[in-house]
Ligand binder design. Structure first.
Ligand code: HEM
Ligand SMILES: [Ca+2]
Ligand SMILES: [Ca+2]
Length: 313
């Protein structure tokens, strides 16, 4: 694999002018459709980018809906979401989103919102890493403002217990099944030591050898090694499979919030079913992503189609 460099990326597009001349059609609906089998060179040679893009979509939708708010840089009139606790030193992929957006703007200016770019990039990331496919609903418009406080309040922290997770998802119209299916995103990607230290040193509902392995690269003292990374799925962190759920059944969830989904509570049976049936997981995941993508979109004359995802027009 090459070192990460978004400069070298290319995003094949299938946008064409519609008959009216003002409308553009996404023909193949896949920004990454031309990637030769799992050749991540065009993501800058970094498979993790798929995970990072998927997470950006989640962090967008959970804060005032899927409106591209997470992509706005701070301005003199508001402090945006990028420095909120769940995103600071953590959310990544903004330069990749910029590249996709500028390619889309070149082909078809003023048509595809940044919120829709996130929705499609999330889906294409999942497909590219071996997960399910689904039709992405399009037509979301972009927010004109963003709020750090809203991001701090909207995105659940990894210290959450099961009740907190269920109620946060339920407030957005997502069921316990959606919660478990969407958490299956942690079958890919990485987490920082600061987010799992308390679990691997203090909790008892985890496999002892797994705890020792993770302690090896995440020192007990806070402040040291805070940003050291570990895979959320210890087995296949770049494959969108159901190993995340098998890990939970074996008490190898990395985050406190992960293991909460299989800790004797009401979601145990959903985790077990996904651990034994990858097809059920894939189809429930796709449905839940469509539901999440439906959270409070801006439509009609609300919002705008941003030219540059980092700022309002
Ligand atoms: C259920 C509540 C959730 C909690 C508490 C949670 C928490 C976290 C945390 C703490 C990290 C590691 C961040 C870091 O250490 O820098 C993470 C990573 C990640 N999360 Fe979640 N998450 C949740 C749900 C979701 C959902 C619903 C999705 C997608 C639909 C998602 C996708 C991801 C991905 C793909 C990564 C890896 C990102 C990367 O490697 O860059 N998570 N999550
Ligand atoms: Ca948002
Ligand atoms: Ca996996």
């Amino acid at each position: 694999m090459q070192p990460a460099s978004s400069k070298s990326m290319r995003f094949p597009l299938r946008l064409e002018k519609g008959s009216s001349g003002t409308r553009c059609v996404v023909k193949a609906n896949h920004f990454f459709a031309e990637l030769p089998d799992k050749d991540f060179q065009r993501w800058g040679g970094e498979a993790r980018m798929g995970a990072s893009l998927l997470r950006l979509f989640f962090h967008d939708c959970f804060v005032n809906g899927c409106d591209g708010s997470i992509l706005l840089d701070d301005t003199s009139s508001f402090t945006g979401e990028k420095t909120a606790n769940p995103n600071r030193n953590s959310a990544r992929g903004f330069d990749v989103v910029d590249n996709i957006k500028s390619a889309v703007e070149n082909a078809c200016p003023g048509v595809v919102s940044c919120a829709d770019v996130l929705a499609i990039a999330a889906r294409d990331s999942v497909v590219t890493l071996g997960g399910p496919n689904w039709n992405v609903k399009l037509g979301r418009r972009d927010a004109k403002t963003a709020s750090r406080a809203a991001a701090n309040n909207g995105i659940p922290p990894p210290t959450s217990n099961l009740n907190a997770l269920i109620s946060r998802f339920s407030a957005l119209g997502l069921s316990s099944k959606d919660l478990v299916a969407l958490s299956g995103s942690h079958t890919i990607g990485q987490a920082r030591c600061t987010n799992f230290r308390a679990r691997i040193y203090n909790e008892s509902n985890l496999d002892a050898s797994f705890a020792r392995t993770r302690q090896g690269n995440c020192p007990r003292a806070s402040g040291s090694g805070d940003n050291n990374l570990a895979p959320l799925d210890l087995q296949t962190p770049t494959n969108f499979d159901n190993n995340y759920f098998k890990n939970l059944v074996n008490q190898r969830g990395l985050l406190h919030s992960d293991q909460q989904l299989y800790n004797g509570g009401s979601t145990n049976s959903i985790v077990s079913s996904y651990a034994s049936n990858p097809n059920t997981f894939h189809s429930d995941f796709a449905s839940a992503m469509i539901k999440m993508g439906d959270i409070r979109p801006l439509t009609g004359s609300n919002g705008e189609i941003r030219k540059n995802c980092r700022r309002t027009n």
